[in-house]
Design a protein around this ligand. Structure first.
Ligand code: NAD
Ligand code: MG
Length: 386
């Protein structure tokens, strides 16, 4: 049976892998809408290739260019921030949220509020507005299926009927490209060095988050929103081979894990086809060839972003939103060559210490906290400019 599918962030790493699955499975999905930030050419090409009904670009100055690029097709075109939300509101049964950053919040909520089935890759939305998104999902009956490989792994081995039998959720973490580097050596690493992920090929922002370990920190908070266990039951272990995607330990001492080659098409396909399982072109896991799987404890002193995220999770309220916004600002400044790699954790820590956490209940409150944190983090960037 054909299902309608919308991909928010269709031109990125996750979005294009999702489109690869669509192309390989003719008849399984009819693409309702695709969105992108500013890549007109990439969006138009994808929309033509999959026969999308609607294509939306966030950059409103790109409307004419997108219209031109899709001339001669029936594909409807729109531009601007609201157009991305409109794409989410259109009747796609499954909505893959593959926008990067808190920019995904509005469109994710729009899909949640109409009760869609969501494949959630956009973890920043859960980190900054988890309570708002999960409450809206409860009210509308929307289903939140994790695409992030760790959370997808946990979802597959979690006893959803007996969450109280879960003793621990153990998120695995590759350790990133600087796993074995001394902290002093990290002062001068380049954006290209930070983006050279040892096992996964991903967009720039998440690659840098993987190098600081903020990615794992965001994932702890994401896990807390997705699975009904307390923060004290969440754990992180470094596993450089990225074969065990995460584990759930039960009260009897059993540990269940999901394994696979590090190919995002596995969790993307899982979420897009759920509750079915479909074939993917991902390389089969050859454990004999891999030989050994290793594990080690994370080093919170060399990678303070993970400690900052733990603290924000424990503090609750607005702290995760402040953490996320400050990190987005700091990572953008690092990519722009304005600050050094080690400034990233310093900017996040300074922003958190300047803005005491308070309660957040509504979307308006989340947006106000996010804006405040971006302003303070921006000051912290300016204070560090060379
Ligand atoms: P990416 O940078 O490759 O792609 C991001 C997409 O979002 C692009 O289509 C871009 O056009 C769009 N976008 C960016 N800013 C936007 C804005 N302001 N408004 C509207 N659209 C915007 O990112 P990615 O690596 O594909 O990651 C996407 C999300 O998935 C992130 O939240 C990331 O943490 C998560 N994720 C990615 C991977 C991976 O393998 N890449 C794995 C797990 C989770
Ligand atoms: Mg992940």
């Amino acid at each position: 049976m054909t299902r309608t599918l919308t991909i928010l962030g269709a031109t990125g790493s996750v979005g294009s892998q999702a489109l690869d699955l669509v192309t390989r499975n003719p008849g399984r999905w009819q693409v309702e809408a695709l969105t992108a930030n500013s890549d007109v050419e990439g969006l138009a090409k994808a929309a033509r290739a999959c026969g999308a009904r609607f294509a939306a670009i966030a950059d409103e100055t790109a409307y004419a260019a997108l219209k031109d690029a899709l001339a001669g097709t029936d594909i409807e075109v729109a531009a601007g921030k609201d157009a991305i939300c409109e794409a989410a509101r259109r009747p796609g049964e499954v909505v893959l949220t593959a926008i990067v950053g808190a920019a995904g919040l509005g469109p994710t909520l729009a899909a949640v509020e109409r009760g869609a089935t969501l494949g959630i890759a956009n973890k920043e939305t859960l980190v900054c507005a988890g309570p708002v998104v999960t409450a809206a999902a409860k009210a509308s009956g929307a289903r939140l299926l994790p695409v992030d490989s760790e959370h997808n792994a946990v979802f597959q081995v979690f006893d959803h009927d007996q969450p109280d039998r879960v003793a621990k959720i153990i998120l695995t973490c590759s350790g990133g490209p600087f796993r074995t580097r001394a902290r002093a050596e990290l002062k001068t690493v380049s954006v290209a060095d930070a983006c050279k992920h040892p096992t996964w090929s991903m967009g720039a922002k998440i690659s840098i988050d993987s190098a600081t370990l903020m990615n794992k920190g965001l994932e702890l908070i994401e896990a807390w929103h997705l699975f009904p266990v307390g923060a004290e039951k969440l754990d992180v272990i470094i596993h450089p081979q990225s074969v065990v995607h995460s584990m759930v330990e039960y009260v009897d001492g059993s540990v269940l894990a999901q394994l696979g080659s590090p190919d995002m098409r596995i969790p993307i396909a899982y979420a897009m086809a759920w509750p079915e399982r479909i074939a993917t072109p991902a390389a089969r896991l050859d454990l004999a060839r891999i030989g050994s799987l290793t594990f080690e404890a994370p080093d919170l002193e060399r990678f303070p972003c993970l400690a900052l995220a733990w603290d924000a999770l424990r503090a609750g309220g607005s702290a995760p939103c402040i953490l996320n916004a400050a990190n987005e600002v700091a990572v953008a400044a690092f990519i722009a060559g304005q600050v050094s790699f080690l400034d990233i954790d310093a900017i996040v820590a300074a922003t958190l210490s300047r803005l005491p956490a308070g309660p957040v209940g509504s979307l308006a409150e989340v947006l106000a906290v996010d804006a405040d944190a971006r302003r303070v983090a921006g000051d912290e960037v300016r204070a560090r400019l060379p």
